[in-house]
Write a protein that binds this ligand. Sequence first.
Ligand code: HEM
Length: 540
Amino acid sequence: MEMVTVALVFAAVGAYGLWFGRLSRGLKGPRVWPLLGSLPSLIQNCMRLHDWIAENLRQSGGTYQTCTCAVPFLARRQGLTTVTCDPKNIEHILKNGFDNYPKGPTWHAVFHDLLGNGIFNSDGDVWLFQRKTAALEFTTKTLRQAMSRWVNRAIHLRLLPILENADGGSVDLQDLLLRLTFDNICGLAFGKDPETLAHGMPENAFANAFDAATEASLQRFILPEFIWKLKKWLHLGMEVRLATSVKDVEKYLSDVIGNRRLELDEAAQSNQTLQHDDLLSRFMKKGNHSNQFLQHVALNFILAGRDTSSVALCWFFWLMTQNPSVEEKVVKEICEVLMETRGDDISAWLSNPLDFKEAGRLAYLKAALSETLRLYPSVPQDSKHVVADDILPDGTFVPAGSAITYSIYSIGRMESVWGNDCMEFRPERWLEQDGMPNNPFAFVAFNAGPRVCLGKNLAYLQMKSIVSAILLRYRLQVTPGHRVEQKMSLTLFMKYGLRVKTHPRDLSEIVKVIRMEKNDAASDVVVGVGGVTDVGVKDP
Ligand code: HEM
């Protein structure tokens, strides 16, 4: 009997060895260990994940396959991940083969408790209906006006007073910006500014519950699905926190929706039109949707639009401190535009926020923001589920049930895509005739294809308003000793925030230079092309 057991064990080990040999030979990426797959290298590099993935991709020519669970049957499906940064593959995944690469069941299960079947967490017809309805709203001028109103209010009533009071001391700009954009997106999503950005940085029950629910949902990614499902069923650990936070978030939103319904009914009875221009009211006016559907609409927009622009701005402001010549050009462009639209009096530049036309003319600023997102994309990587066996344009076979990760962070750092100067922060490339790669899928910080970010133009407007308000008034200096590092998360936060000192900016020198250039230009015989508009910046 013992002999039989030993023989069986030997046979099993031998069979596993043969299987593992075949598997690991076919994989190009980091070393794959028996049973543990690439988990050891993943853990070893978890503090510099994005740079590690970029190195792997450089070595493998743009695509590799790896396996986090080297166990037969599981390996081909749940364990196998294809990692790519090849723009042709990305175009295939996001556009040409769109239906074969949905977000998939894992993503959906993780976020379902918080986001339901909202736009950010659905595929197929459920997603398409919401996408069509929302896309109509995102092209309206009134939504742009609403964004402009919310952002300018928060900048002038709360952000600037906080910076003024900092009085040479250091502030955590990341914290301020995260609060500001959270307030903005709540205003836009359901017409209420929770004012989390205010003196003393007050606690806000809705913001806290939303943060706790997002964090607890993200924790689910770390665990195998059956474990977090078991914890949910047994009411254990983070699952308890998730359930309570989701309840709090839903209660808050259900009160907002209930009040809005009453206001809309009263307005209809007295033949008045309500002035609410937020997304929730727009969806309510369009159809007879359930409270739960409307809650999910609001929550999905908040999740999609809350941290992305603040994180991009954080890296932008840090890059300004590292690249003073770019900062000078950014400030000069803003001054040039304001001098043309508001005249020479500097106080008139500071008294009112940018209007749409002024913001639209800031081509260099838009290029600098895009360049920031190329090197520091707010969403550094994204994953898709493979529905049916497929072959990617570069010849890689991807089996049904496996996952594909495309590294947005790596695409921007590939010499093969962006040229020898890919690691340089050079906004000019966005304005040059041949500065950009031919394939528009080389820049997917806002996603691309049918699921391209709906808030992209609003985000540029919001970011331009915030940059102008801060840089016209202050020069920023990273607080000595402060460490700027990436946090490993679905969003590219700075791990320790961004502590900066603010120094009042004297615009008189820049104004002198602009005046001199204007005089020189006026005395030239050749007349220039006039103001550049931001249509000059190439978009995918
Ligand atoms: C710099 C700022 C922003 C960046 C970098 C960004 C980036 C992205 C990315 C990468 C996606 C795809 C995510 C995925 O499918 O998993 C996305 C989707 C989306 N974004 Fe943005 N976003 C920004 C700002 C905003 C803002 C301000 C809003 C709302 C006002 C917004 C609304 C959306 C929506 C609704 C989607 C889902 C689209 C769909 O699935 O059909 N985004 N965004």
